[in-house]
Design a protein around this ligand. Structure first.
Ligand SMILES: NC(=O)c1ccc[n+]([C@@H]2O[C@H](COP(=O)([O-])OP(=O)(O)OC[C@H]3O[C@@H](n4cnc5c(N)ncnc54)[C@H](O)[C@@H]3O)[C@@H](O)[C@H]2O)c1
Ligand SMILES: [Zn+2]
Ligand SMILES: [Zn+2]
Length: 369
């Protein structure tokens, strides 16, 4: 029997999100239904609401989630009812040209559920990043379920499903930061602070955190940033000079742009040392254009990379990161700024825009301790 549950839907560009009934079908072949326990509010959800990703309204938002598998369809073997899972948006296909050449982190044909979740009138919902988890139950492809230790707080575990993995992986997997390097991170929300934590984990000798907001810089310091730069009111050149001032005048080996705007990318481009690496992890909107002298692209050398989902492989990375967390080497709980209810997502977007949180996390078991 399909289930009718409550979920957070974005119906039109820029309009406030709504808590409405949604219909979750029984899982078909290869699919699973997951009872969501926790789901973080990521800036990408707000990008969806603003029309910055696609125009396929209505969206079922939420994609940073942990929960328990409550039903599986035919042919599902790698997860079972009762398993605690983190949902991922990289269920690799094993067959596309990226997978075939041994680079499944770039998989071009990741699996999502074949059936749509719908509004009660049958209107299909577009689930954010193929997940849609601001709801009590969600339907996903079974490959989107990564089994994890059931003892970990779901509000913490779920964050690996997007922002924390994206930021941490941008440093550890995409750059990749090596022991003794200097790293600058521009934008220290949930994603950027995770990049700071990743740089620390990888053994960076200096980590320079840059944000417009002092309170974010305090969080970055808690996570191991060695220097901070409040860039409010600064020009692009000022930010570049501030990075150079903390890196013996030469620029950082790696600069991670966790904002995703032309000006922050240029700050990253010029803030890195010659032959250094830029990693773009913030998501630009379709209207943004970049202009850089080609001679500088040539003359400064190095690597200009983009990082999708921290180049992670969920089955490899989620359990490993949770083990580091359990051993006290990765302070994942520092990312959970507040626990909120399903009906509070619109307010959480405002809280995020005011820069007050790394992550607001929707919890569905009533426990908002
Ligand atoms: N590449 C991926 O796989 C991936 C995954 C998740 C999120 N993202 C993207 O990462 C970005 C950050 O997400 P988040 O959830 O951390 O957002 P957030 O809103 O929590 O944080 C953004 C931070 O950037 C700061 N900021 C904004 N403009 C700035 C500027 N000009 N200079 C310096 N700092 C500035 C803000 O003060 C804030 O602290 C978003 O674009 C999001 O869509 C990418
Ligand atoms: Zn593939
Ligand atoms: Zn996200």
């Amino acid at each position: 029997m399909p289930h009718t549950v409550q979920g957070i839907v974005s119906r039109a560009k820029g309009a406030p999100v709504e808590l409405v009934d949604i219909v979750v079908p029984d899982p078909g072949p290869g699919e699973a239904v997951v009872d969501v326990q926790a789901c973080g509010v990521c800036h990408t959800d707000l990008h969806y609401r603003e029309g910055g990703i696609t125009d396929d309204y209505p969206f079922l938002l939420g994609h940073e989630a942990a929960g328990v598998v409550s039903a599986v369809g035919d042919g599902v073997t790698h997860v079972a009812v009762g398993d605690t899972v983190v949902l991922n948006w990289r269920a690799v296909c094993g067959e596309c040209r990226a997978c075939k050449r041994g680079e499944p982190r770039y998989c071009f044909n990741t699996h999502n559920a074949a059936q749509p979740m719908t509004l009660p009138d049958g209107t299909p919902l577009s689930p954010a990043l193929g997940i849609g988890a601001f709801c009590e139950k969600t339907l996903v492809h079974a490959g989107q379920c990564t089994k994890v230790d059931p003892d970990v707080d779901p509000a913490v575990a779920g964050l690996l499903g997007c922002g924390v993995m994206a930021g941490l992986g941008a440093a550890v997997n995409t750059a990749p930061v090596r022991r003794g390097q200097t790293v600058a991170v521009i934008g220290c929300g949930g994603v950027g602070c995770a990049a700071v934590a990743g740089a620390v984990l990888a053994g960076a000798r200096r980590v320079i955190a840059i944000d417009l907001d002092e309170s974010k810089l305090a969080r970055a310091r808690d996570l191991g940033a060695t220097h901070t730069v409040c860039s409010a009111g600064m020009t692009e050149d000022d930010v570049v000079a501030a990075i150079r001032a903390q890196t013996d005048g030469v620029g950082a080996d790696v600069v991670i742009d966790a904002v995703g705007r032309p000006e922050t990318w240029r700050q990253a481009f010029y803030g890195r040392d010659l032959a250094g690496t830029v990693v773009l992890v913030g998501v630009p909107t379709p209207d943004m254009q970049l202009s850089v002298p080609l001679a500088d692209v040539f003359g400064r050398g190095g690597a200009l990379k983009s990082s999708w989902y921290g180049d992670c492989l969920p089955e490899r990375d989620f359990p490993a990161l949770l083990e580091l967390y359990a051993r006290g080497r990765l302070p994942l709980d520092a990312f959970v700024s507040e626990r909120i209810g399903l009906g509070d997502v619109e307010e959480a977007f405002a809280t995020m825009q005011r820069g007050e949180v790394l992550r607001s996390v929707v919890v569905l078991d009533g426990d908002r301790a």
